[in-house]
Design a protein around this ligand. Sequence first.
Ligand code: ADP
Ligand code: MG
Length: 378
Amino acid sequence: MVKLDAILLKYMSREDFRVLTAVEMGMKNHEIVPLSLVSQIASLKHGGCHKILKELVKNKLLCYENGRQGTGYRLSYPGYDYLALKALATRDVVYSVGNQIGVGKESDIYIVADEDGTQYAMKLHRLGRTSFRKIKEKRDYHKHRNSASWLYLSRIAAAKEFAFMKALYDRGYPVPRPVDFNRHCIIMELMDAFPLYQVNELANPGAIYNDCMNLIVQLASFGLVHCDFNEFNLMLETGNKIKVIDFPQMVSTSHVNAAMYFARDVDCIRIFFKKRYGYETDTYPTFNEIEREDNLDITLSASGYIKNKDCDGNDDFQAEFEQMVSNQRHQTLDDQESEDEERQSSFSDNSSDDDIVDEKKEHADNNQSCENVISNIE
Ligand code: ADP
Ligand code: MG
């Protein structure tokens, strides 16, 4: 698993970042960036590029390659994390990084704080990380993909997620407040909430069931189907309010399979409420009864979520990203369930690891203090 070791960040010099950034820039048109190109882009006043590169490789922020594709350097996920964090620190969005609070299918979630100590959730997209059962199939499917494109696809996932989260938040839809994003990293409100899969009992399951169904309907009235609307992506806040997370795979209600995805989201909730809370009803929404009230699908894809200050749009990659999430959407419910279970146990298996804390413990503590914060960035 790719872990974020924020302690190092504190000790990185301007030159270190210059060299790291030079490799990132070189990767725009080189899979492996040769030393000469890194030196040229970084153009350090006093030289010493090679020495810095060696140190960055030692700390796993870069990988050194010497093979068929050439000799040189490429950025690793930890290196990409550092670049994103550095950018967010420079904008005064993030000052310190704390514990990991969640692990998704292809993401890691950490607590971060700004200089005043206000805490946020940071989601790092990690496309290409396959730590679950479907590993083999996914590997085969993606075996020709190089690491640069994984970083790029993660960046598209983050840009798309941020754009949707913002549009929904602005319309009063219950999602975490989006704060900022850079590269593959999103900063958002840290919710004092439990994912529904951790909630064993509800005082009034019928009321929460209705809230969930209304949220599916409201989303569709905006022109969107979530496509992963389940107990892992629904957070129950104190006061029994549901908030929805995790949007990179959303589709337009005009998508050819939208009705099927809609029905699948509805079924997920029905099955979960029956299994977990023994709650069952014949009342559930259908795709045909949806009335359009907004066109978020059109507005967002027309504006091109990728074209903004952090992302130099690349239509090929965007199309590839859509193709990839479309494959994920095609997973059957069974596939998804076993994958979700595995994710859950892989997270608890790891929870004895030094820097991963138990989600429940973390969220139960209302006064999340800065004690968790392991490192300041600057
Ligand atoms: P993935 O796309 O990888 O599934 P998610 O966005 O669903 O990632 O997040 C994974 C987990 O992290 C969630 O189940 C939740 O427990 C936690 N989490 C995500 N966002 C937040 C947030 N804003 N506040 C608190 N916890 C969060
Ligand atoms: Mg999720």
